[in-house]
Structure formats: structure tokens, C-alpha cells
Design a protein around this ligand. Structure first.
Ligand code: GCV
Length: 711
């Protein structure tokens, strides 16, 4: 008998006994939770202003007796109202806005120029040094009375400071003498919505689009304002509202009037609006009768050639029109020459020609052009190499108001990929990082998978671009190359469903994205802990149990879908179910082994990294197991550092992933009395679905690989 069969036979009884291997998953009972102090329904997201415990209420009531907020801008009025709302709901006492900071326990908020007369010299000095969006929260004495100052140099910074202050209240903070400051590490913290004009969302799992185009500009959904408030609460300051697979209609006058209204709402929360535009927009709607490009646009031209003066003028006129309607318009986000989208290559032009032409049109208004590097044509030996090959030669060629937006991994938002080698390879270009909050390849809205650990892992990865310690976080925040502008974007997971993101736990990913965009060095656990405290009202052991679930949830998903560096094993349609049989090009399984040889003896993708990483990734014994099959084609019977053969390690990890989901189900079940019944039930339903999903992946992949392997 062949060795593999022996191994399976030996493994099987033990797996069956422990419940780790089942042909199909048994359903777990859905218990009715006991009554609970938690009232969260998921619809307030993390801005759930639960009443504080009596002792905290008493403490905070002394600190927040009144609010002094001299500013009158829309952002500052929102900041003031948010604080009043939060204080009222959390302390159970309505407090008033006053026009003097004289009383004891005043919270004063405003820009430095508005508060300077009331602040001690030390606070003025600290506040003067803040960068844009930064804030200071300081316990001070003013007029002989204790007070708290929330101060910034700009309106948005005050708003962020208020949300931080509120978070301290929500989190059960009881140190009431405060002295802290915070500044965003990344200047442009953006959500990218893949929302279509027909209301559908590409890779959207939280409902239909938030933007009701057919109602705009006349009718306004209350969600617009709520959405902007949630974004502002985590420091997001820009949103691209439509799909990168852009419908050219977005640039028509009637649509721009709708966008104008949305932009007006977002502006009040410190958020700039961006649009995704089709590169073919200048072409007339009927398309081109003769000629190669078949694109249709909204203009009156025959061409979209970026070097054609008429095309350039068309864009300039359109940009001017947009800025007339939206004076603080952010700019464009463009997917060009990618997955069938039009681009400069149709005219024999380059990414530089295309991006700089649009950037030029935006520059006179201070606008920004974000050009995506997600390109591949599947013609070479390794798709993972294509973005680097295409973009690296253009380093230093893009105008100063251009960002090149690069996905974190070189393939496509897989559950785990090493970082795209372009990071650290284009020192003279502003690179933005694109993450996906929506879980296209991670079980959509079904799974609990908390993405904080995945993103933190990426941001902490060392590129070695300027020696050890040249982390992705430093590339992205501009500090590695002394760049003043920086950008990170997350593909949004929002929709018009009751829980906004398809489930309560998916809200944590929106939250975590914003927090990491503010500070890419924050720990995933710290962020999860904040989110739990803000979202649920439960005791410390329950919080610890939820935290453990969240922190293990991503690794569990990697284990039960694509362990050891496997990737893209999903079905083409929907990217949800497993389909290893159709993904041979990515996993390269054959009778002898498994994995993609990307070393110098294979596709030499490894050659795109700096030498320190090449020496690790070229050697299967040095490559971390989590990336093993990404970089190497490994014999099935090779003994790994764990002591198991590759085949055994693979099955071990698939089973471990399923077991982790089983444990999450049990943990959540045990929290029945602690979590609001409706929330508990809806999460339990999802977890039971995830149990089935995990088994499906494990069973299908183990079955398939067992069939291929022959040793
Ligand atoms: C918006 C992947 C997704 C597409 C997406 C594309 C992109 O291919 O499956 O839905 O298109 O990435 O990022 O442009």
C-alpha cells in the first residue's frame, strides 16, 4: 500500500473520534440566550453609547458637566453634538453646551486659535506642534476650575479628538486625568466602494449600495450621514464612492449633481469625495464606429488617447466642472488596462502617460490621482510578477499628485499572501496600499474572520529596502523615504443591510481598517479589545472569550481554506467555495508534490524582493511554513520542521482550522446570557454556516490533494 494511504488510514479513526473529520458537519444547537445587559443590535456599530456602570458614571459625571465649543463650522458642530449625545447616553445626564468655560468640569473643544486664551502654556505648545488631523486631550485648570481640553489645529482634528474622548468613556477608562495626543500616521485614509450605479456592489456582502442614485439629489437616506459619522469616528477622511470598474455615466452632469449632495454630507464629517472614472470617458456614448478601442464614454470624442490635446482638454473641462460643484473634491481613482478596463495601452501609451494626463488636469485644483497597479494578463509564467514588472520601471516618472495604489498581495486579496514586492521597490513614487475589508476570498459575510491580525502582519513585514526595519508600515506612511503624502485604502464592506456589513463581526473589520490607517503600528489585539468594549456590553471574562475568538479567527480560516501558503483555490464564480480542481495553475499539485516554485529555479518571483528576503524565500528550509507552498513546489513526503510530512501537515492544518471553528461555536454558545439575544442569535447563525463552510473546504481540498498525490 502506498504511504499516503497508510497515513490516512492511521489518521482517520482518531480524526473521527475527535470529530475533526466528518463527511459533513453536524449542526450545533442554537441555544436561546438568557436575558442580558447588552442591548446592542449591531445597527449602532461601535458607536453604541451604553450606559456606564454606576461607579464610572459617577466618575465621569464630574468631568463632563458642560461642553464649551466656540466653533461654528459644520464639523465642529458635529463634534459638539457627538460629545453631548455620548455624555447624555453614557452618564444618563443631559449636559448643556455653554458659552463660557468657567464652570467646573467643562469639556472645551475647538481649534487652537479658538481655545488659546483658555489653555495653559504647555498645552498651547503641544497643540501648536500637531500635524493635520492631530489632537490633544488634556486635563487642565482654567479660571481655577478643573476642565478638559480637546484641541487641534484644524476642525477635523477636533472631531477625531472627540471620538477618542468618547472611546475612552466607552472603554471603561477610569483614569480621569488625561494627557494624550495623537496624529494620523497616514495622510489619506480612504474607503473604496465597489458600488455600481444600479445599486449592486461588486464583491459586496452587506446589502445593496448605500447610495440610492435614483433618489438623489432630492431625497437623502439617513444612512449617508450615519455612514460619514462612522467613518469619521475612526479617522477615515476620504471615500471613493463608485466601483473601480467604473461606469462612465458617473461623470454626466446629472450624476455629478447627485455626487455633489453626497460630498456635501461627507464634508461635514471631514471626508473628501473621490470618484472612480473610466479611462474611456471622453469617448462618445455610442462608442467608436471605426477603430480599435470599442469603449463607450460620456464625451463627444473619438479617442481617449492621453497624449491627444483634445482628450486632455476634455478632461480639464470635466475636472473644472466637478470643482465648481464640489470645491473640495479629492480626485480620481482609476483602474486602467486591467481586467478589461480601458486604458492608455490601447493607444500605445504607458501608465505614466495615462496617470499624468489625469493628474495634470486635477493639479490646478489641488486634486489627487490614484492609479491602480492591479494588472495582469495571464500570459507570463507567473501572474504574481506582473505588477512589479510593469510598474517598477516607471519609478520617479509619475507627477507629485499621483499615488500608485498597490494591493497588499501580488495576486488578489488572498487569505494570506506575502507582500507585493513593489513596496520597497519604488522609492521615488507615492505608493498607496489597498486592502480589502470586504471578504471576497474569505467567506464573504459568512465567516467571523477578523482581519486585524492579517493586516498587522502585512504592515509589520520587513521589505529590507533600506536595511532591516524597513517595514511596509514605513513605506506606506512615507517615513521610509521622507514622503509627506501617504495613502491607504480599504475596499469597503458596507451595504444597506441591517448590520451594515453583513454581520456584527464584520463591522470590526471596518473599524480595524480605520484604526490601522490612523496608526499602522497599532496591535490587532488592542484594536479588537477596543471594538469589543465599544460594541458589546459584557463582563471581562466574556470580553476575553470574544477577543480569543476574534484573534484566532483569521488563522482558522487560513487553515481550513488555504494553509501553508496555498492560494486561489476558490471557484471562479463568486470566489466562495473551494475548487482546487480548476486552480492547478496556482497550486501546481502533481503526483510528486504541491506548491508553486517561485524561486530562482522557478518563476524567479523571489528575485523581485530585496536580497535579504531572497536568501530566505529561495530556500524551502528557511521559508516560514505559512508561505512554504507560495514559494516552493514541495514533495508530498518531505519532512517539515514540525516533524510531519507535507501531506500530513496539510491535513493537520485543514483539520485544525475546522476544530477552531467548532471551538468558536462553543464559545459563542457559552456567551448566550451575556450578549443581546438578537445579536447572539444572528452571530450564532453565521458561525454555524461557517462550520459548514470550513468542513466543505477541508473535505474538498483534502479529497482533491489526496487524489493527486502519489507517494
Ligand atoms: C473590482 C478582483 C475582483 C474583482 C475586482 C478586481 C479589482 O479581480 O474579483 O471583482 O474588480 O479584483 O480589484 O479590480
Amino acid at each position: 500500500m502506498k504511504r499516503k494511504k497508510l497515513l490516512l488510514t492511521a489518521f482517520l479513526p482518531c480524526l473521527l473520534a475527535t470529530g475533526l473529520l466528518r463527511p459533513a458537519c453536524a449542526a450545533t444547537d442554537l441555544t436561546t440566550p438568557r436575558s442580558s445587559g447588552d442591548r446592542s443590535t449591531g445597527s449602532s456599530l461601535w458607536l453604541n453609547y451604553h450606559e456606564l456602570a454606576p461607579s464610572l458614571q459617577k466618575d465621569w459625571s464630574g468631568v463632563v458637566r458642560q461642553v464649551f465649543s466656540p466653533g461654528e463650522s459644520a464639523i465642529l458642530l458635529n463634534a459638539r453634538d457627538e460629545l453631548l449625545l455620548a455624555i447624555g447616553q453614557m452618564t444618563g445626564r443631559q449636559v448643556a453646551a455653554t458659552d463660557s468655560p468657567a464652570g467646573k468640569g467643562t469639556v472645551m473643544l475647538g481649534r487652537l486659535d479658538q481655545l488659546v486664551d483658555f489653555l495653559p502654556k504647555s498645552a498651547v505648545e503641544k497643540a501648536s506642534a500637531l500635524t493635520e488631523g492631530g489632537y490633544l486631550i488634556e486635563s487642565i485648570t482654567t479660571g481655577g476650575k478643573p476642565a478638559t481640553a480637546i484641541v487641534s489645529r484644524d476642525d477635523a482634528g477636533v472631531l477625531y479628538g472627540v471620538f477618542h474622548f468618547v472611546r475612552l468613556m466607552q472603554s471603561g477608562e477610569s483614569r480621569l486625568r488625561l494627557s494624550l495626543s495623537s496624529e494620523p500616521a497616514i495622510t489619506l485614509r480612504m474607503l473604496n466602494h465597489w458600488d455600481n450605479l444600479d445599486g449592486s456592489i461588486e464583491r459586496g456582502y452587506g446589502g445593496r449600495s448605500l447610495w440610492k442614485w435614483e433618489e438623489l439629489p432630492e431625497q437623502l437616506s439617513p444612512r449617508y450621514e450615519q455612514y460619514a459619522r462612522y467613518c469619521a469616528s475612526i479617522g477615515i477622511n476620504a471615500v471613493a464612492i463608485n466601483n473601480v470598474n467604473a461606469n462612465p455615466k458617473i461623470l454626466r452632469e446629472d450624476y455629478l449633481k447627485k455626487v455633489e449632495v453626497l460630498a456635501g454630507i461627507f464634508r461635514k464629517w471631514g471626508i473628501q469625495t473621490y470618484l472612480c472614472v473610466s479611462f474611456a470617458s471622453p469617448i462618445r456614448p455610442s462608442g467608436i464606429v471605426e477603430g480599435r478601442p470599442r469603449w463607450r464614454g460620456v464625451g463627444d470624442l473619438e479617442s481617449a488617447d492621453p497624449l491627444d490635446p483634445e482628450v486632455r482638454q476634455w478632461w480639464q473641462t470635466k475636472v473644472d466642472e466637478i470643482y465648481t460643484l464640489i470645491p473640495d473634491f479629492g480626485g480620481f481613482l482609476v483602474k486602467a488596462d486591467s481586467e478589461g478596463q480601458p486604458g492608455p495601452s490601447s493607444y500605445g501609451r504607458t501608465h505614466v502617460d495615462g496617470a499624468n494626463m489625469l493628474a495634470d488636469a486635477l493639479a490646478s485644483h489641488g486634486g489627487t490621482l490614484i492609479w491602480r497597479a492591479f494588472v495582469y494578463d495571464n500570459k507570463g509564467d507567473d501572474r504574481a510578477k506582473e505588477a512589479y514588472d510593469e510598474f517598477k520601471p516607471f519609478d520617479s516618472k509619475f507627477l507629485d499628485n499621483v499615488f500608485i495604489q498597490v494591493k497588499n498581495g501580488p495576486l488578489d486579496f488572498q487569505p494570506r499572501e506575502p507582500f507585493t514586492p513593489l513596496f520597497g521597490a519604488m522609492p521615488q513614487t507615492h505608493l498607496a496600499m489597498e486592502l480589502q475589508i470586504a471578504k471576497e476570498y474569505l467567506g464573504h459575510a459568512t465567516t467571523l474572520a477578523y482581519l486585524g491580525p492579517m493586516w498587522a502582519e502585512i504592515l509589520a513585514s520587513d521589505t529590507y529596502a533600506k536595511g532591516s526595519g524597513s517595514t511596509i508600515a514605513k513605506v506606506i506612511d512615507g517615513s521610509l523615504y521622507g514622503q509627506k503624502k501617504s495613502c491607504i485604502a480599504g475596499v469597503a464592506n458596507t451595504g444597506d443591510g441591517p448590520e451594515w456589513c453583513g454581520s456584527v463581526f464584520n463591522q470590526a473589520n471596518w473599524y480595524a481598517f480605520g484604526r490601522l490607517a490612523w496608526n499602522p503600528r497599532l496591535g490587532a489585539e488592542e484594536i479588537a479589545d477596543e471594538w469589543i468594549r465599544m460594541t458589546f456590553r459584557c463582563d471581562a471574562p466574556s470580553r476575553a472569550a470574544i477577543l480569543k475568538m476574534m484573534m484566532g479567527s483569521h488563522e482558522a480560516l487560513v487553515d481550513y481554506t488555504m494553509p501553508l501558503g496555498l492560494n486561489l483555490l476558490c471557484a471562479y464564480d463568486g470566489h466562495y467555495e473551494p475548487s482546487p480542481a480548476t486552480r492547478e495553475a496556482f497550486h501546481k499539485a502533481d503526483s510528486k508534490g504541491l506548491g508553486f516554485n517561485r524561486t530562482k529555479r522557478g518563476s524567479n518571483y523571489v528575485g523581485q524582493y530585496h536580497p535579504e528576503l531572497q536568501s530566505i524565500f529561495n530556500d524551502p528550509d528557511k521559508t516560514p511554513l505559512k508561505y512554504l507552498l507560495w514559494f516552493h513546489h514541495v514533495p508530498w513526503d518531505k519532512q517539515l520542521s514540525t516533524g510531519r510530512t507535507l501531506f500530513d501537515e496539510l491535513t493537520f492544518r485543514y483539520n485544525r482550522g475546522v476544530k477552531s471553528v467548532d471551538e468558536m461555536v462553543q464559545t459563542w454558545k457559552s456567551l448566550g446570557g451575556e450578549i443581546a439575544p438578537a445579536t447572539h442569535a444572528s452571530v450564532m447563525k453565521k458561525l454555524l454556516e461557517e462550520q459548514q463552510f470550513a468542513c466543505l473546504w477541508r473535505d474538498e481540498c483534502v479529497r482533491y490533494f489526496s487524489g493527486v498525490a502519489d507517494f
